[in-house]
Design a protein around this ligand. Structure first.
Ligand SMILES: *Cc1c(COP(=O)(O)O)cnc(C)c1O
Length: 405
């Protein structure tokens, strides 16, 4: 027994040593990640690690995360339903307010039905791992979100990653595929680049090869389209062209969770087969109630979407005037490519000293050598705040570049 314990101790020590080596390697290459502590509501002005900042790093694109109506809806729902849902949707955690939200989401995106998931990550796992197996193939844009890539792996379907936003590359991949079912999946708005996938062209290629098209609209939903219904509305893509639509509620909607929308058959299949749906607790009902209010605000406060578009245009013009090179993006995600991870960190830190909160995005989230500052805009930013950031960037960028060269 004593001997066993010693052996156990050695193994723990070895494992700990292995982890410590990995951590040290991350530190050396500027890839170590830290968490900051926010001490205020999510907004464009936050208190972070005890200091005030103008925030350019949240995904709260419309400023709904702390909107008084959304907060009031949440509070009223807590009074009525309590906090926890208490069970999975298939046990007794599926409340009327969840169901109502599903119906309104389906209507908004023009699909037969919608199904709520607790997170976007789980929604992607649910669809891909729940509906495909090793006889199938998943075709993914090279820059797809980690949750789509992980979902593909979990499904055991064959994985094919095509060149970023390239329908011709997709066409060749599909031409070569002999799998039973082929699922083409792409971020609609790329989360770290901000550019839009050429959705109509991709859908056309998918259709030509009888492949199934799935869109992850985490960053388009609420922001794009006439009514904020997202990328499918922006491009006018119906359920036949894009049979599987996934979007999240924790970004522009300012709440939490995600949904998948599509046909009756798709949704019923997910309810039966998606393990990340079946084996997890339903989202708190107050979150669903708050999200219903966010949906109403898409219509009732459409100015938020319009203002956001104007701010994005103004930001890009301002950057150009100051000689800053942005990546090609027309969405609220406006990355500034830096390249080296340590340099990106230094730039984020220098901006922090000037009172701006931004994240340096580094590998493996983005490809090696493409570290960047991910600047996100919100409808509740002011032009003054944006000009302030641009001025700081214009001052810092020549500086950091010369010190690094
Ligand atoms: C944020 C995000 C997700 C994950 O959504 P969560 O609700 O945060 O789990 C999935 N896909 C994309 C493209 C995202 O940006």
């Amino acid at each position: 027994m004593v001997h066993d314990k010693c052996f156990q101790g050695d193994r723990d020590l070895q494992f700990t040593k292995h982890l410590e080596e990995q951590l040290a390697a991350r530190r050396r290459s500027g890839l170590y990640r830290h968490r900051r502590q926010l001490d205020s509501a999510q907004s464009t002005e936050v208190i972070c690690d005890g200091k005030p900042y103008v925030n350019f790093s949240s995904n709260d694109y419309l400023g709904l995360a702390n909107h008084p109506d959304v907060v009031a809806a949440f509070q009223a729902a807590v009074d009525r339903y309590g906090v926890g849902s208490g069970a999975a949707h298939l046990i007794c955690g599926h409340m009327r307010v969840h169901h109502q939200l599903e119906e309104e989401l389906a209507e908004l995106v023009g699909r037969q039905r919608a199904l709520l998931f607790s997170t976007g990550y789980m929604a992607n796992l649910g669809v891909i791992a729940g509906l495909l197996d090793r006889h199938d193939e998943v075709l993914q844009d090279k820059l797809n979100h980690a949750s789509l890539l992980d979902a593909g792996q979990l499904s055991r379907a064959r994985l094919s990653r095509y060149q970023h936003a390239d329908p011709v590359a997709l066409d060749a991949r599909l031409q070569a595929s002999t799998a039973r079912f082929r699922l083409v999946t792409t971020d609609a708005v790329f989360s770290m680049d901000g550019d839009l996938a050429p959705l109509p062209e991709l859908a056309q290629v998918a259709e030509k090869h009888d492949a199934i098209m799935m869109i992850d609209d985490a960053h388009g939903f609420g922001v794009l389209g006439e009514n904020g219904a997202g990328s499918v509305e922006e491009f006018g893509l119906n359920e036949t062209q894009v049979p599987i639509l996934m979007a999240t509620l924790g970004k522009a909607m300012g709440t939490f969770g995600a949904f998948v929308a599509g046909s009756e058959t798709l949704i019923e299949s997910l309810i039966q087969q998606a393990r990340s749906y079946v084996y997890t607790t339903a989202m708190p009902p107050a979150i669903a109630a708050a999200t219903l209010t966010s949906i109403r605000l898409l219509d009732g406060e459409a100015w938020r979407r319009e203002k956001l578009r104007k701010l994005v245009d103004g930001f890009r013009r301002g950057a150009q005037d100051r000689g800053l090179t942005l990546m090609p993006s027309g969405t609220p995600i406006q990355p500034l490519l830096v390249g080296d991870a340590r340099q990106a960190l230094a730039l984020a830190a220098a901006l922090g000293q000037r009172g701006f909160l931004l994240q340096a995005i580094r590998p493996p989230t983005v490809p090696q050598g493409s570290a960047r500052l991910r600047i996100t805009l919100s409808a509740v930013h002011t032009e003054k705040q944006i000009d302030g950031l641009l001025d700081a960037l214009a001052q810092l960028i020549p500086e950091t570049q010369t010190t690094q060269c």
